[in-house]
Design a binder for this molecule. Structure first.
Ligand code: DAT
Ligand code: MG
Length: 150
């Protein structure tokens, strides 16, 4: 159960605004293990796959252009409740509705520039991790887990 993984990404606006460290810090501080980490320029093909469920939405072309406007910081977090807590830490999709203290509330105002992505289910997480990290992610152990998990 402490092995649950989620795919988190800082979108191009977040990278250009210098928010990668701040966002990563929040997940590290919470206790999640960073399993994989890279700065990448996603292709249209990768993004079409990543956002496949949204392909019929009117905002889809804009979303793909936004996600290709610069590098994306992609990472995998691992730990208890990674998916649900990850989503909670990001905040509601529309920053206008995000609760204070969440990343989107603290750093964004518009839905089309909402700074970050997080997997919405364990199944999506596994799919997204395989998509963004085709090279695979390598597990490792940390002694600090003894101080994070009971
Ligand atoms: P989330 O990123 O919270 O999982 P989603 O998967 O429904 O939300 O949508 C993916 C992204 O698409 C979202 O982060 C921002 C953009 N988006 C969603 N709904 C939108 C809308 N109504 N107008 C513009 N962009 C939208
Ligand atoms: Mg989503």
């Amino acid at each position: 159960a402490n092995e649950e993984r989620s795919f988190i990404a800082v979108k191009p606006d977040g990278v250009e605004r210098g928010l990668v460290g701040e966002i990563l810090r929040r997940f590290e501080s919470r206790g999640f293990k960073i399993l994989a980490l890279k700065l990448t320029h996603p292709t249209k093909e990768l993004l079409s796959e990543h956002y496949g469920d949204l392909s019929s939405k009117p905002f889809f072309p804009k979303l793909l252009a936004y996600m290709q406007s610069g590098p994306v910081a992609a990472f995998v977090i691992q730990g208890k409740g990674a998916v649900k807590i990850g989503r909670a830490m990001l905040g509601a999709t529309n920053p206008q509705d995000s609760a204070p203290g969440t990343i989107r509330a603290d750093f964004a105002l518009d839905i089309g520039k909402n700074v970050c992505h997080g997997s919405d289910s364990v199944e999506s997480a596994e799919r997204e991790i395989a998509l963004w990290f085709p090279e695979g992610v390598k597990p490792y152990t940390r002694s600090v887990d003894a101080l994070i998990y009971e």
